[in-house]
Ligand binder design. Structure first.
Ligand code: ADP
Ligand code: MG
Length: 265
């Protein structure tokens, strides 16, 4: 679904991505992590054609971002960027979520259906008539999610969607991403919260513009050389899993606790 063929991109003399090759198949849920400035947002921007590679090719669903219609590419890969305040454009929640589908020139009936479905998906349908300016940070983030979901694209790109919201709001967003994954959407999630990244079945680690790890979270958990490059401490449940050599299927608190209980029995 997404293919990077030997992609490099430079800003002046600075090389933000250096010969990156990777492939993400349809329906995959991939977590992308790396220190600040490692090139994560640049990678996302390359996928939806906001940036073009200096070398190599980015292919989205068979379309080349340097040659093919960017409108078609963005229909296939909808992106949500970090700060919802920059992303929210309309006065009411309903208009906000309708904005994207309206740009797709859909029939008004279809727009209405998509707005309701998307708001329902993020559990915000009852906020339909509210003013976006009066929403809390977590609510704004869910509306921003609904706007992206209303595009009904096969691929979703989320660039640090939980960085500005509280723990409760973050849990909700991660739940929404889990539901999208179940619907067989292709998801690329950038986060600097390791506990979120470790929920994806596949994790890619960027460091100084290069892919330094691409594999399962269970493998990553024991790769000291890679973890050392990340400037974030491991959350307690992951540190515990490491300490006891646990490898549950999904590395969330519940599964780690269960694996630990089994181990200690
Ligand atoms: P990340 O999202 O991993 O924090 P970015 O992809 O935003 O990193 O940026 C990677 C590097 O490229 C950073 O050092 C950043 O300063 C630089 N960079 C990104 N976009 C531009 C740009 N438009 N012009 C100049 N430098 C940029
Ligand atoms: Mg970034």
């Amino acid at each position: 679904m997404i293919r990077f063929e030997n992609v490099s991109i430079s800003f002046g003399s600075f090389r933000a991505l250096d010969h990156v090759s990777l492939e993400i198949s349809s329906g995959e849920f991939v977590g992308l992590i790396g220190p600040n400035g490692s090139g994560k947002s640049t990678l996302i921007r390359l996928i939806n054609g906001l940036l073009l590679p200096s070398e190599g090719k980015v292919i989205v669903d068979g379309l080349d971002t340097a040659k093919d219609d960017l409108f078609e590419i963005r229909k296939r890969a909808a992106a949500l960027f970090q700060n919802p305040d920059n992303q929210i454009v309309a006065a009411t929640v309903e208009d906000e979520v309708a904005f994207g589908p309206e740009n797709l020139m859909l029939h008004p009936e279809e727009i209405r259906r998509r707005v309701e479905d998307a708001l329902n998906f993020v559990d915000m349908l009852h906020f339909k008539d509210r003013l976006t300016a009066n929403l809390s940070g977590g609510q704004k983030q869910r509306v921003a999610f609904a706007s992206v979901i209303a595009m009904e694209s096969p691929v979703y790109l989320f660039d640090e969607p939980t960085s500005l919201i509280d723990l409760q709001g973050r849990k909700k967003i991660i739940e929404i991403i889990g539901k999208l994954h179940k619907k067989e959407k292709t998801i690329l999630l950038v986060s600097h919260f390791l506990e979120e990244i470790f929920l994806a079945p596949r994790v890619i680690v960027l460091h100084e513009g290069s892919v330094v790890f691409d594999g399962s979270p269970r493998t990553l958990l024991y790769r000291d050389d890679v973890l050392k490059l990340l400037d974030f401490p491991l959350p307690v449940h992951l540190e515990t899993a490491r300490h006891f050599g646990l490898v549950p299927e999904i590395l969330d608190l519940k599964n780690v606790a269960q694996a630990l209980r089994r181990k200690l029995q």
